[in-house]
Ligand binder design. Structure first.
Ligand code: HEC
Ligand code: HEC
Ligand code: HEC
Length: 433
């Protein structure tokens, strides 16, 4: 009996030690590689402005319609409830105006609030942990020059046990490792800058890396594709068939800088936001650095891969005069497309009013499940790139579930040459999300 107790005690002590060891913060300040848009010699506020954009703080901390910048209140709907982002303006009562440098650094890199409580990983400290202390403080310096907004934080809507913030310590022990960016001396400086821009700042992996059942990122499967808020964030590894291995450097840079790459894709949904709020503002050198890094991401097939059929693209391009030839039994889809969509999208998918509307050759229309096609029809697209507005109206209110499904399947059939599988039930489920 006594021996059993001793063994148990030893196990508990070892367990606690492992737990403490795994959850200990990396105390290193860390050093960032040279970023062209944020030169180390520049003043901290100017650097912070660029870094905050590259990290896209504004996207999650500003309500899209009429919200004040950085005042928080953006809803993140998760399977177990809703989390609202915080007011991170320098307002001393409702924002973070009284936070010290150390408190801010700890929040951004370790996910721990000024009162010592854990933040949820809907806030991507899991990526920001790689940032250097100097860069985090530059972001703070700039953030604190922005208008203060007096707005109370909206309480989260989470049931037990998810509303227990202390439990996140266990999540961190399992899935989070506090660490700083480690440059690879064998690679050119631009590659290292690209790795930092994609990982520590741009947090591409938070959307594109598959997650396990516990919502932890599967690092062994980095960037192989995942679903978020109903949108598929595609496989962006260097895989030639399932990823972006076939895209030229120019096409990737064009996509990241403008949200559109000729013959490949236009960015909508969460990626449209990432381009509109963040990626379009990188210097051309920094975009090129990011692309040079993206090229080296090991090829992975990912789950549920989508193969772009090049034949469909050629077929559509040559059959501009035969819009109905491929409608099959889907007369409803053809009819709706003709009335509401063809003026912008054209039958050959090249895009009439703007090249952004070209659909042939995109991964979206080659996905038989039509995830992003359906999302785009329901939600539309509205973003500002450079000096112009990229716009598609939302059709969620205009059409029934059956009509949206027919439209999506027509688009998949006509532009992707595949049999669409979108059902009215699926559309209803997406509306409720
Ligand atoms: C992907 C969305 C997302 C991005 C990007 C993001 N945040 Fe947040 N942030 C959140 C959410 C959600 C919370 C609230 C989490 C919680 O309540 O546990 C939060 C909380 C915080 C907090 C804690 C505030 C408090 O009062 O507790 C700070 C500080 C913060 N974010 C700063 C930043 C900074 C700086 C950036 C950019 C470098 C940034 N965030 C980018 C989603 C995001
Ligand atoms: C907030 C989530 C989010 C973040 C952050 C994000 N992406 Fe995306 N990405 C998506 C989604 C969703 C799509 C699909 C967009 C669509 O269908 O219009 C996408 C599409 C893409 C595509 C097009 C792939 C194709 O086959 O069409 C590329 C390339 C890409 N992302 C690269 C990146 C890079 C590089 C980063 C980091 C700098 C990044 N993304 C960050 C969500 C995100
Ligand atoms: C006012 C012009 C306009 C109209 C009308 C319009 N679209 Fe679009 N659509 C666009 C533009 C512009 C884009 C590209 C936006 C982006 O992603 O940058 C787009 C994108 C899309 C996408 C690609 C989404 C993705 O990321 O994979 C699909 C699918 C689509 N539209 C379908 C439709 C359908 C179906 C209709 C009719 C119900 C329609 N559109 C009506 C302008 C329009």
């Amino acid at each position: 009996m006594k021996r059993v107790l001793i063994i148990l005690l030893v196990l508990i002590v070892v367990g606690a030690a492992v737990f403490l060891w795994r959850t200990r913060p990396d105390t290193a300040d860390g050093t960032a590689p040279a970023i062209v848009g944020a030169p180390s010699g520049a003043d901290a506020v100017a650097r912070g402005a660029y870094l905050a954009r590259a990290a896209d703080c504004v996207a999650c901390h500003t309500v899209a319609e009429g919200g004040k910048p950085f005042a928080g209140g953006v809803a993140f709907k998760l399977p177990f409830g809703t989390i609202y982002s915080s007011n991170i303006t320098a307002d001393p009562e409702t924002g973070i105006g009284t936070w010290t440098d150390d408190e801010f650094v700890r929040a951004v890199r370790e996910g721990i609030r000024n009162d010592g409580k854990h933040l949820y990983p809907a806030f991507p400290y899991t990526s920001y942990t790689e940032l250097s202390r100097a860069d985090v403080l530059a972001i703070k310096a700039w953030l604190f020059t922005q208008p203060k907004v007096h707005q109370e934080n909206r309480p989260n809507d989470l049931g037990f046990p998810y509303n227990q913030r202390w439990a996140m310590a266990f999540w961190n022990a399992a899935f989070f490792r506090s660490h700083r960016f480690e440059p690879d001396p064998a690679r050119p400086p631009a590659w290292n800058a690209g790795a930092y821009l994609a990982g520590a700042l741009g947090h591409c992996g938070e959307c594109h890396t598959p997650r396990n059942v516990g919502f932890g990122m599967k690092q062994g499967d980095a960037l192989a594709g995942e679903v978020l808020q109903g949108w598929r964030a595609y496989n962006i590894t260097s895989d030639g068939v399932h990823g972006v291995g076939q895209w030229s450097d120019d096409a990737l840079a064009q996509y990241l800088r403008t949200g559109h790459a000729d013959g490949h894709a236009s960015a909508s949904g969460p990626m449209g936001e990432a381009v509109a709020h963040s990626l379009q503002f990188l210097t051309p050198e920094d975009t090129a650095a990011l692309v040079s890094w993206l090229r080296t991401v090991p090829a992975r097939e990912g789950k549920d891969p989508i193969v772009v059929d090049p034949r469909a693209q050629a077929m559509v391009a040559s059959s501009e005069a035969a819009p109905g030839a491929d409608a099959g039994a889907n007369a409803m889809g053809l009819h709706l497309f003709e009335g509401a969509c063809a003026s912008c999208h054209q039958w050959n998918g090249a895009g009439q009013q703007t090249r952004y509307a070209s659909l042939a050759g995109t991964r979206g229309v080659n996905d038989p499940k039509g995830a992003n096609v359906t999302q785009a029809i329901l939600q539309g697209v509205k973003m500002r790139i450079g000096e112009s507005d990229v716009y598609m109206p939302a059709f969620g209110h205009a059409y029934s579930d059956a009509e949206v499904a027919a439209l999506a399947n027509y688009v998949i059939g006509h532009f992707g040459g595949k049999q669409g599988q979108v059902t009215p039930e699926e559309v209803a489920r997406r509306r409720a999300m």
